[in-house]
Write a protein that binds this ligand. Structure first.
Ligand code: HEC
Ligand code: HEC
Length: 572
């Protein structure tokens, strides 16, 4: 009995400690030899011994490993212009930064080691030592729950605040300014594709998103959206509505003019107070009140905006097309769907994640295409595929590659073996463009959007255009940072170098994609390894022939059974 009590008490205490650890931001210990050791072993080859971001491995990386000496941190829970909290640093070291080469250290380093290294990296920037007060944190109070209404308001703000200029109409990072952006170290940088939450550096929870645009992403061109970025900062929503009305009037009465002037004065005052606050001027109680009221409106709007951004992405990163998610081409009777047919909506895309090709020179260490999504249908004679992938820029060969002088353009290649391996353990061609066993390729380029070329390859640099080109039908579109490529081919062709398709047979498939504006050319590209797809065996014959057959059979069985029972009864 006593033991049980002790155990429950222990559980209670441990549980409380656990909750405390979760909810209470911690501070790093004093910098120590231990932290230096961890840093030199695990971090210096990227971030440099002196913390300047110039480690031996840094050369090829974009974004570059952070230069810690400037005190610019992207992922903070603190206001614009502030350094991060120790907890922020600990969290980012623990989680890593998706979409960059910064790994997470949750398993490789103990929590203690992570705290020690936080203390150590702070020594690279004097600002941490010199700061007197704790940094101002962004308040998460008053969070507005997700709802369609909130998303709708947020959508308006997305345009009003100019997010659209960088992040594009539907958030794919394809805004008009997207190709022109550089970071604080003068390297090219791309706006996040907001529809791919799993690529966000600092997490894609609504709170994370909220903190990113209130606090900004230091070192990146993404600005902090502070009070006066918002329309009519300092006015309540009613006042703002009224001012818009007044501003839209053709003629104002004297009273109207007076009213609008009062609004302008109030707005000026709010901006001045905000500026004073940043400069550390002590605010009077009345000023503080005015500022708090103004910020309440800003924070409300920001929650709506965060809800809108959240609405742009699927809840989770899609599962790759393996196991239960393998690509199944569905059988239809009659005509296959055209590129804009509603039938595509009935089929869920399969997700094939891409990675940079780093086996053969030239390599791609900084891929910009996340994945290709695929749907497919077939009928008795043909198969059709719809390939969908995001690319922030539409590049058709107007720019050229500096080293080769060749045109840079967006492209996609779909790879199959020439001969389908018999069974899952039979050898496949080498995944990188074939080898001893050849591959059959479909190559599409943005400069010839209605054409796919058939190639045979025995290596990534050994592809040849086939002499006999099958009759492939091709259509493509580029809208809001997304390509759609539609390809239709006969299941069987006369050419021995082509893949021949048969229902029910699992066929290896792989992809390469090129983003021209990211310098992708030749072997510098994004790739997948082998996946499989299958023409899902025709269900129709079973559905229409088998059920009656089964009915007849079971009827027969029933008759037989009854006869047997009757026989037995008559015997006994
Ligand atoms: C393979 C290279 C690599 C290694 C190893 C690495 N980092 Fe990084 N780290 C990066 C890159 C790249 C970035 C910048 C990512 C970005 O700007 O989006 C980064 C950024 C950071 C940041 C900035 C976070 C922010 O909010 O801006 C911190 C802190 C950091 N790393 C700490 C560490 C620590 C501590 C270690 C060792 C335990 C480590 N890194 C090891 C590549 C690396
Ligand atoms: C001047 C261009 C620009 C504007 C305007 C802009 N952004 Fe960004 N945004 C960027 C860039 C660049 C990044 C990538 C930052 C990085 O990882 O270095 C980014 C990243 C993000 C991220 C991902 C954060 C993460 O953790 O990786 C979110 C969310 C975001 N922006 C939302 C917004 C919203 C909402 C607005 C409007 C209020 C906005 N942005 C306006 C350029 C911009």
């Amino acid at each position: 009995m006593r033991n049980k009590n002790v155990v429950s008490l222990l559980i209670l205490v441990l549980g409380t400690l656990g909750i405390l650890a979760l909810t209470h931001a911690q501070n790093a210990p004093e910098a120590s030899e231990k932290g230096k050791e961890v840093y030199e072993q695990s971090c210096a080859h990227c971030h440099g011994t002196e913390g300047r971001g110039d480690g031996a491995a840094a050369e090829n990386l974009l974004p570059q490993p952070r230069d810690f000496t400037r005190g610019l941190y992207k992922i903070r829970s603190t206001e614009s212009g502030e350094l991060p909290t120790d907890q922020d640093l600990f969290d980012i070291i623990t989680e890593g930064m998706p979409g960059s080469s910064m790994p997470g250290w949750e398993t490789a380093l103990s929590a203690n080691e992570r705290w020690e290294v936080v203390a150590y990296i702070k020594t690279f920037h004097s600002g941490f030592k010199e700061r007197e007060a704790p940094p101002r944190e962004i308040s998460l109070e008053g969070k507005i729950p997700f709802s369609e209404e909130s998303v709708e308001i947020g959508k308006g703000l997305y345009t009003e605040l100019g997010c659209v200029e960088c992040h594009g109409n539907v958030g794919r990072g394809d805004g008009t300014s997207a190709p022109t952006l550089t970071d604080a170290w003068n390297f090219q940088t791309w706006p996040a594709n907001l529809t791919q939450g799993w690529t966000y550096r600092g997490g894609s929870d609504t709170e994370d998103i909220f903190k990113r645009f209130i606090g900004g992403i230091a070192g990146s061109p993404m600005p902090a959206f502070e009070g006066d970025s918002f329309l009519h900062f300092g006015l309540t929503s009613e006042e703002s509505k009224r001012l818009t009305e007044l501003e839209n009037m053709d003629e104002m009465t004297e009273a109207d003019e007076e009213a609008s002037n009062q609004f302008y004065e109030k707005m000026d005052e709010a901006v001045n107070i905000a500026l004073n606050r940043v400069e550390g001027v002590e605010l009077s109680a009345a000023e503080q009140q005015l500022y708090d009221n103004a910020m309440k409106v800003v924070y409300e709007k920001s929650w709506h905006l965060a809800n809108y951004v959240k609405s742009l992405m699927p809840e989770e990163r899609p599962e790759p097309a393996i196991g239960n998610n393998v690509l199944r081409s569905q059988y239809i009777q009659g005509e296959l769907p055209t590129i804009d047919d509603a039938a595509w909506e009935t089929s869920e895309a399969r997700y094939f994640p891409l990675v940079g090709q780093i086996v053969v020179e030239p390599r791609q260490f900084n891929p910009t295409i996340d994945a290709v999504n695929v749907k497919s249908f077939y009928n008795d004679t043909e198969v059709v595929f719809l390939f969908i992938w995001d690319d922030r820029t539409y590049t058709t060969g107007d720019e050229t590659d500096e080293t080769t002088g060749k045109p840079l353009e967006d492209a996609l290649a779909v790879q199959f073996p020439v001969k389908v391996p018999q069974g899952p353990t039979a050898p496949k061609p080498y995944f990188l463009g074939g080898g001893r066993l050849p591959v059959y390729l479909w190559h599409w380029k943005a400069s010839a959007p209605e054409q796919v070329t058939e190639l045979t390859a025995k290596g990534i640099n050994a592809a040849e255009v086939q002499e006999v080109q099958a009759d492939l039908q091709v259509k493509s579109t580029y809208t809001d940072g997304q390509y759609k490529l539609w390809v239709k081919r006969a299941l069987k062709t006369e050419d021995k170098k082509d893949l021949q398709l048969e229902s029910g047979v699992f066929v290896p498939i792989a992809f390469s994609a090129w983003d021209g504006s990211n310098g992708d050319i030749d072997t510098k590209r994004t790739i997948t390894s082998w996946y499989t797809f299958v023409l899902e065996p025709v269900p129709s014959s079973r559905r229409f022939i088998y059920p009656p057959l089964i009915a007849i059979l079971s009827f027969g069985l029933l008759v037989g059974l009854r006869a047997a029972v009757q026989r037995r009864n008559s015997v006994s």
